[in-house]
Design a protein around this ligand. Structure first.
Ligand SMILES: [Zn+2]
Ligand SMILES: [Zn+2]
Ligand SMILES: [Zn+2]
Length: 256
């Protein structure tokens, strides 16, 4: 079994949005508080996170993360990346491998050159870039991941499959034809779904459901949700097939 913990399920602003007085941002339901999107994936003694947004430190403390075997990046947008400095506690003994598409890793190395430099200042995170190929499985400890390329507006980024589950956020085109083989057999799909109103670089809830059905997934979880919709409304409208994930939600999924 592989365990998934949602560290954050919000869009780039984080919910509540600074200065916003909308019903979701003022909601007393804790499910409506959405930190920047990220997940912790654990199997046996292996632990990996996908993305490290602004709240990574708080998320790691909340989830009680004691060690990491690797970090996977979907893309270099700041809401998925800017917690990178707080990885340093996991890099004191040895360099921590950072996985991603070549294009994503080279952007991250430009943003945080000191974390990848040979001439390292004391106290900086010590990261080792590990470029992955699209649709080619790679191993992080006991977990086998596969990068699934998708479009996020005009950017080609990665979602990650592991066993019978996949985490695909910030997506506006699943590239169904070229990904057919890698999408087959996904039973639990965690998918970015921003809101109801169409957006150029993110799926709406309906588009995410349509993608899930096309893949043949049995269960969907929406993530990267903005502040236009209450958690309870999404649950009422889309459950049981699709449910809004929420921060701290934990799932157990079959390995294949
Ligand atoms: Zn994002
Ligand atoms: Zn709001
Ligand atoms: Zn993005």
């Amino acid at each position: 079994m592989t365990r998934i913990t949602f560290l954050g399920t919000g869009t780039s602003h984080g919910i509540p949005v600074i200065g916003c007085t909308c019903p979701v941002c003022r909601s007393s339901d804790p499910h409506d508080t959405r930190w920047r999107s990220s997940v912790l994936i654990e199997r046996g003694g292996t632990a990996a996170v996908i993305d490290t947004g602004y709240e990574f430190r708080l998320q790691a403390l909340r989830a009680g993360i004691m060690h990491l075997d690797g970090v996977l990046y979907t893309h270099q947008h700041s809401d998925h990346l800017m917690g990178l400095d707080d990885l340093r506690v996991f890099t004191e003994k040895e360099k921590l491998p950072v996985y991603g598409l070549e294009s994503v890793l080279s952007a991250i190395e430009r943003i945080f050159p000191y974390a990848f430099s040979e001439m390292q200042y004391k106290g900086v995170p010590r990261l080792r870039p590990a470029a992955v190929e699209e649709r080619k499985p790679f191993r992080v400890g006991e977990i086998v991941f596969t990068a699934i390329p998708v479009l996020h507006g005009c950017m080609r980024i990665a979602g990650y499959r592991f066993g019978s589950a996949a985490y695909i956020t910030d997506v506006s085109d699943m590239l169904f034809e070229e990904n057919a083989g890698s999408l087959r057999g996904i039973r639990t799909l965690i998918i970015g779904a921003l809101r109801d109103k169409p957006h150029w670089s993110h799926f709406t809830f309906d588009q995410a459901v349509e993608a899930g059905r096309r893949i043949g997934a049995e269960q969907l979880y929406f993530t990267h949700i903005n502040h236009a919709t209450m958690h309870s409304d999404i649950e009422r409208r889309y459950a049981p097939y699709a449910r809004p994930a929420y921060d701290t939600l934990t799932l157990e999924v079959e390995d294949e």
